[in-house]
Design a protein around this ligand. Structure first.
Ligand code: KE4
Length: 429
């Protein structure tokens, strides 16, 4: 890694735990020193040593338009001249709320918060308030932010560090959380109790690597929730406005009771949201007994960034373009892996994808963990040295943006081919 990133990382570790403000950024999943990013534009990020990378992380999903999209930048600059935060209602919050409920019909009303974690934490509270029940069901490898109740067999950083549970979470809290294998309706049925307030699920898993729902899985969850009087929470923090403008619920035609959003709706600025039917949302303070609040909720700059991002996405061909480019990348990588005799599984939904170093198939947390993490780490660093910035963990999803042009895709395929050839050679001797 460049000397500036090395020295910045040393300095950062003196004052920030692990030198990072979110654990997965510390490269513990792949080893080595993370590049400190200095700026980004379009499909590229530039580090403190002015090394350039094709970005396949996109800030873990938000940057679907690419970095510094001129329309988004202008919207944020304009909002900044009118005030950063008022702690009072603004017209812009109505406009983004109207855009969200129009895009996601299962949400008749929506409340903005400041992160995906806040969104899922609030969604759980709403489900418990609505049903009077306490138990929550999630899925092994599912990650829904660092909510106490949901740090049980969690994916993302928890899984990367082999710490699917967290210190500091009382067992009395996690005793109310059931976790079962993803894509396993039989396990859901067997684990269900009459006290389950909600099942929370990533409609496309992205935090144990990308794992699509098996046909019938989401529909099955809907049926089980209806039978049991439990609520279905689709955690669309990652998939919302990513896999389709209406999210995974539009793509798979599934109607949840509660939806959580984040990432893309802020265009890279801090944001989250939860929403549901009017009847459910009327339980939320100040209308009803379920309390939730936030000093910076609906922040004018975050809302300006989100509104601009959704405006560009709405009525655009971006989703078709992303599908075309990402499928071309998938085909190129599959051919390269086959040519060099490297066993891989490539999972993808639209422009979110993961290359697993295992024969596969990868359909749940257990099969995702069959991947050869050492081989992934080697692939990761060889790709980094080729100027490709991948998520620094086998158990994360990668993303492309509207700014990833045809030439970027061709370069990515060429570089992956070179790297897979090296990996094949190193692991054959
Ligand atoms: P945040 O609190 O990080 O904004 O959102 C939490 C969250 C909730 N639900 C889903 C489906 C998510 O993917 C996330 C956050 N995703 C991770 C990426 N695996 C964020 C990256 C990080 O933790 O730094």
């Amino acid at each position: 890694m460049g000397k500036n990133s090395e020295s910045l990382f040393q300095r950062a570790q003196e004052v920030i735990p692990g030198g990072v403000n979110s654990p997965v950024r510390a490269f513990r999943g792949v080893g080595g020193t993370p590049p400190f990013i200095d700026m980004a534009l379009g499909s590229r990020v530039f580090d403190a040593d002015n090394l350039q990378y094709i970005d396949c992380v996109g800030s873990w999903g938000p940057m679907i338009l690419g970095h510094c999209h001129r329309y988004v930048v202008e919207a944020v600059k304009k909002a900044a001249t009118r005030g950063f935060s008022f702690g009072a209602p603004t017209a812009a919050e109505i406009e983004i709320a109207e855009m969200i409920v129009q895009a996601v019909p299962s949400m008749e009303m929506v409340r903005l918060v400041n992160s995906g974690t806040e969104a899922t934490m609030s969604a759980l509270r709403l489900a418990r308030a609505a049903t009077g029940r306490n138990t929550i069901m999630k899925f092994d490898g599912g990650y829904h932010g660092h909510v106490d109740s949901l740090l049980v067999k969690a994916g993302s950083g928890g899984a990367t560090f082999n710490l699917p549970d967290s210190a500091g979470v009382p067992k009395e809290v996690t005793a109310l959380t059931l976790s079962v294998p993803y894509n396993d309706l039989k396990a859901v049925r067997e684990a269900m109790t009459d006290d389950v307030a909600a099942i929370i699920v990533e409609p496309v898993a992205g935090n144990m690597g990308c794992i699509p729902p098996q046909p019938g899985f989401l529909q099955g969850l809907r049926e089980i929730c209806d039978e049991k009087g439990s609520l279905l929470i689709l955690d669309e923090v990652m998939t919302g406005f990513r896999v389709a403008y209406g999210g995974a619920q539009a793509l798979y035609d599934i109607k949840p009771d509660i939806t959580t959003l984040g990432k893309i709706i802020g265009g890279g600025m801090p944001i989250g949201a939860y929403g549901a039917s009017r009847k459910l949302m009327e339980l939320v303070s100040p209308l009803g007994p379920m309390y939730q609040a936030g000093t910076l909720s609906g922040n004018p700059l975050a809302v300006a960034s989100g509104r601009a991002t959704l405006s560009v996405l709405r009525n655009s061909s971006i989703y078709d373009d992303l599908e075309e480019r990402t499928s071309e990348f998938e085909e190129g990588v599959r051919k390269a892996a086959e040519k060099h005799g490297v066993p891989i599984t490539f999972n993808r939904v639209g422009s979110m994808w993961t290359l697993f170093f295992t024969e596969g198939p990868v359909t749940d947390f257990e099969s995702a963990n069959q991947s050869n993490r050492e081989k992934f780490a080697r692939f990761f660093h060889l790709m980094l040295s080729e100027g490709v910035y991948l998520p620094p963990s086998q158990l994360e999803a990668a993303f492309f943006s509207a700014a990833h042009a045809k030439k970027d895709i061709l370069q990515l395929i060429e570089r992956a081919d070179r790297v897979l050839k090296k990996v094949a050679w190193e692991y054959s001797t």
